[in-house]
Design a binder for this molecule. Structure first.
Ligand code: MGD
Ligand code: MGD
Ligand code: SF4
Ligand code: MO
Length: 705
């Protein structure tokens, strides 16, 4: 019997980067608690952290490569698996061209140090243009706005929540999601602190969410209309001479273009389609401009909609024009120890947009990827360049990408498929071979991406808690082994730790303060201080100025005018409801629904509906209804809630489990339905190509009782 030991690490399940303190003994976990000495998270955790133990022990988790023949799966050796993957993908590329192999990279890739470092090595070795990822079902508009305005896809403005006096939150529910494009453990406490120091926060959302409930004010908005609100606010900033460019005034170009552009969008003009009064729009603008410091934070709900690009552009514009960019209490920029933005800027790799267009729908490339909304079409549409084989890496597109039925058809018809994933699930069941990596507590970690997005500069290294077994491999080992086969070049022997140490030593902090050795000596993490104004040194546009009016966004306002000012006033009688999503604390996108500890209790995959709509439809709580969109339908239980804006309904995403042949066992009561059987792959933000999950038109039919 050994003594109880304590292990410190960063939770890598979501973006919050919480510090964990794990007590363990003889290979068993005794407890998982928040690490009070973590300089960023200060003890905060959520219920998912404890599930790291369940994932570690989960008997359904795969550890050995699996090969499918028909409906049967057998375990095979790593060597055989690598060879079969290589031979089959290579044959397809030789027969149809390199682009016949498509790649989809899912969300956990960005939460994994080894994948961030060596995933690109493998993907590049496939030499295909048909690359997709969850980016274009998520934060693509933020990244396009950053690229075009600031010159780098990851030069991301981060709300300085700990010092701001006024925060306008649009389309985010951080009290449940724990924050996004803004690494901020313990959002609740930090929001409350704004109020305690005399400031306020306001939430704009079609649902009175957990976050809206705690806000000083919650304003309902119909899905997809946020751009009108932002335009009205910016109009007010100019009309009332509230523009204050602050210390950046010498490096901001195109202010006059924005001024001219917003002339068409006075609060009086936008109030009608928007349904928020002109007076309210003006007072929001004044509050932002007059607060000591203020920040507008627009996230998921403002990105995954048909005007996602315009929303993220205008959010930056609003923060810039009110003098809150790169300033304490406003939207600031990080200086992480592993300085991804700094390194890639030096290499001239700030990212790209629109260098080429996709084959079927002519959608723009972004940093080497095409929008995921076109992935199924690229598989299903015959002709030169058609995708015949797919590689999915830590992703579950069959549940997370719009038009689930179309994806089902596309993936069923592939000639070959490889999945690098820890479960046999809705997506990986289509694979011929699954390569399962070690995960979670078995891996070492340093957060490459979320330190770029964090509200404070800190650095922390987590060693692996548990050793992997002889037959297990890490993600990065799988990538390297496959890349070696495809390129024919021998393994260079680099490990994630070697790359990390090198990058830290060549980063912006003193070598002896932050390298792998010093991180190992400080297991709770090292505090590198609050964010400081640094944008002038980071700007990577051609003239190193902020470009306030990127042409593609300005031009896209024509589409907006057409949508809101030129259409008939009639409502859509066939599909009178707007569908939105809803994240839940006890789940992680499409996975972790098999963790009983999290999923106990009631069915969480329900249709939220306002009391008014329930009366109109004569439906009651718990009743099953059929929800129908132009692409599909689902049957789901109703949950009546005055949180919902009338004529807007909500279904959580990531459900729809329980398909045949799936090993990831989700209790029947938690299987739920797939919201993406309703969302439409044709409904996108046309300028960036991002998916529009919000505002899908649906109808609801009740069954006779
Ligand atoms: N309707 C609707 N759809 C949505 C959203 C929405 O709000 N509404 N949200 C969108 C967003 S923001 C996102 S990010 C996407 C997510 O979309 P995806 O990334 O496609 O889906 P996830 O559910 O995150 O899938 C994660 C997969 O990674 C596997 N996995 C977990 N850990 C590891 C690991 O360490 N290594 C490997 N190799 N695999 C691992 C899991 O088993 C799972 O199969 O969904 C999008 N889809
Ligand atoms: N527990 C848990 N945490 C997670 C995840 C998870 O699945 N579970 N997923 C992680 C991932 S991948 C991400 S990207 C982040 C996302 O984190 P957030 O950006 O906070 O995303 P959501 O919680 O989906 O909140 C989006 C909000 O937008 C609202 N909304 C929908 N449409 C509109 C609209 O048109 N306009 C406006 N103004 N609001 C709208 C919705 O009602 C919802 O409240 O969460 C991460 N954290
Ligand atoms: S909030 Fe996110 S990072 Fe923090 S414990 Fe929960 S899942 Fe982990
Ligand atoms: Mo996401």
């Amino acid at each position: 019997m050994s003594n109880i030991a304590i292990h410190h690490r960063t939770c890598n399940l979501c973006e919050a980067m919480c510090g964990l303190e794990i007590q363990h003994q003889n290979g068993e976990i005794i407890s998982i608690k928040g690490d009070k000495n973590d300089p960023l998270s200060r003890g905060h955790i959520c219920p998912k952290a404890v599930a790291l133990q369940d994932i570690y022990q989960d008997p359904d988790r795969l550890k050995t490569p699996m090969k499918r023949t028909g409906d049967t799966w057998e375990e095979i050796s790593w060597e055989q698996a690598y060879e079969e993957v290589y031979v089959n993908l290579k044959n397809i590329q030789q027969a149809y061209g390199n682009n016949a192999v498509g790649v989809y990279q899912g969300n956990p890739n960005v939460h994994n140090m080894g994948s961030m470092m060596f995933g690109p090595t493998f993907v590049r070795s496939l030499n295909t243009k048909n690359r997709f990822s969850a980016t274009s079902a998520d934060q693509l508009p933020h990244q396009v706005a950053s690229l075009l305005m600031l010159g780098h896809v990851l030069l991301t403005p981060i709300p300085d929540i700990d010092r701001t006096d006024f925060m306008l939150i649009i389309g985010a529910n951080p009290l449940v999601s724990n924050g996004s494009m803004m690494t901020c453990p313990d959002f609740a406490k930090r929001l409350k602190a704004i109020q305690k120091r005399g400031g306020k926060f306001i939430v704009i959302d079609p649902r009175r969410t957990e976050t809206a409930d705690k806000a000083d004010e919650h304003i309902f908005i119909r899905p997809g209309q946020d751009a009108l609100l932002l335009l009205g606010m910016i109009h007010t900033i100019f009309a009332e001479k509230l523009v204050d460019l602050g210390h950046l005034k010498d490096v901001i170009d195109e202010v006059e273009i924005v001024k001219d552009t917003v002339q068409n969008f006075s609060p009086e003009k936008v109030e009608k389609p928007l349904g928020i009064t002109a007076e309210k729009i003006k007072s929001l603008a004044r509050e932002m401009a007059n607060a000591n410091s203020a920040v507008c934070y627009a996230r998921m709900g403002a990105s995954t909609q048909i005007f996602g690009g315009i929303c993220q552009w205008l959010t930056n514009v609003l923060n810039i024009l009110t003098g809150n960019f790169d300033r304490e209490g406003g939207a600031m920029f990080t200086l992480p120890a592993f300085d991804h933005v700094g390194m890639t800027t030096m290499q001239g790799k700030g990212g790209s947009f629109g260098r080429r267009r996709s084959r079927v729908r002519n959608l723009p490339e972004f940093s080497g990827e095409f929008p995921v909304a076109t992935m199924a079409e690229e598989i299903l549409t015959e002709g030169e360049g058609q995708i015949k084989a797919m590689v999915t890496i830590a992703g579950n597109p069959l549940l997370s990408v719009p038009n689930g039925q179309q994806l089902e058809k596309a993936f069923s018809g592939l000639e070959y498929m490889v999945a690098i994933d820890i479960y046999l699930n809705e997506t990986t069941r289509h694979a011929n071979i699954i390569l399962p990596p070690a995960t979670g507590l078995e891996t070492s970690h340093y957060d490459l991406i979320f330190n770029v997005l964090a509200i404070r500069n800190t650095a922390k290294y987590s060693p692996a808690l548990f050793k992997i077994k002889e037959n297990q491999r890490y993600d990065w080992q799988i990538f390297k082994a496959l890349a070696t086969k495809f390129t024919g070049r021998p393994d260079d022997g680099m490990t994630p730790e070697m790359m990390l140490d090198y990058a830290l030593k060549n980063g912006p902090y003193k070598k002896e303060d932050v390298d792998l050795k010093s991180l190992k000596a400080n297991p709770n993490g090292i505090d590198l201080g609050e964010l400081k104004p640094i944008l002038k040194h980071r700007l990577n546009t051609k003239n190193r100025h902020i470009q306030l009016a990127p042409e593609i966004f300005v031009n896209d306002l024509k589409r907006l005018e057409k949508t809101f000012f030129q259409k008939e006033e009639a409502t859509d009688n066939d599909f009178p409801f707007d569908l939105i999503g809803r994240r839940q604390l006890r789940g992680n996108n499409s996975w972790m629904h098999n963790v009983n500890r999290l999923m106990r209790g009631r069915n969480r995959c329900t249709l939220l509906l306002s009391p008014e709509d329930a009366i109109d439809l004569s439906v009651q709580n718990g009743q099953k209804v059929k929800v129908e969109s132009s692409v599909g339908s689902v049957e789901i239980e109703v949950e009546i809630s005055d949180e919902m804006m009338p004529k807007v309904v909500s279904i959580p995403h990531g459900f729809g489990h329980g398909k045949k042949g799936i090993q990831m066992e989700v209790a029947e009561a938690n299987a739920g339905v797939n919201i993406n059987d309703l969302t439409d792959e044709q409904l996108i933000d046309e300028v960036t190509g991002n998916v529009a999950f919000s505002g899908v038109k649906v109808n609801i039919h009740s069954f006779p009782q």
